[in-house]
Design a protein. Sequence first.
Length: 255
Amino acid sequence: MTDRPRTILVTGAASGIGAACCRALAGPGTAILVHTRKNAAGADAVAEAVRAAGGVAEVMLGDIADPALPAALVAHAQARFGGLDVVVANAGFADRTPVAALTDAGFAQSMDTVLWAFLRLARAALPVLAQGRGEGQAPRLVAISSFVAHVFRTDATLFPATAAAKAGVEALVRALAVEAAASGTTVNAVAPGFTQKDASGHSAMTPAQWDAVRARIPLGRLGTPGDVAQAVAFLASPGAAYITGQVLHVNGGLV
């Protein structure tokens, strides 16, 4: 066991699900690297919340689609805090462009930002995760997927490029879980359903569309970033030590 803090990297953490994950994972003995593409103010606020909870936090900016950034994030966490224990791959965006209007460049953007970014992050992080454990915790890799890779209905807004990218992430999670098992690292995904964005955050849907989907959710409400973050925190906890290669749906029963 090492005396270093339990070190956590969360991508796309300046708002929404990523920010909620930072807050849920923060506490004494933790160090969180808060990543954002360009929302420095939001990331700084999240870092302050981590510190208020007794943890240590730093912010790092950069486009997750940049092939060099995932390895740079891992290297920074390792250099600054002495290792890496948990990675939450949350950065991404939703694209609801219909297939007929989807350009090659548009499709590639989803792949670069979601699937390729996750591959590069996992490839950089897994060797470091396997090296050592902060606070006696087994290493964890958690990817944020989405219901859009599972729900396809004529009465629903479709996200074809995002669905393809997220489905790829889930397949990669299963493959990585097998490869990482020997080191004790678990690899899982959380697939949120319709989730309420921060009041100031970007949404791929209009308020009217958000209202329309509530009737399709058995629990009768949109999810919150905190709902998703609690699932991530569980998968990162000792209680999830025997769970790997899984996709946990947090969607209020959406079908």
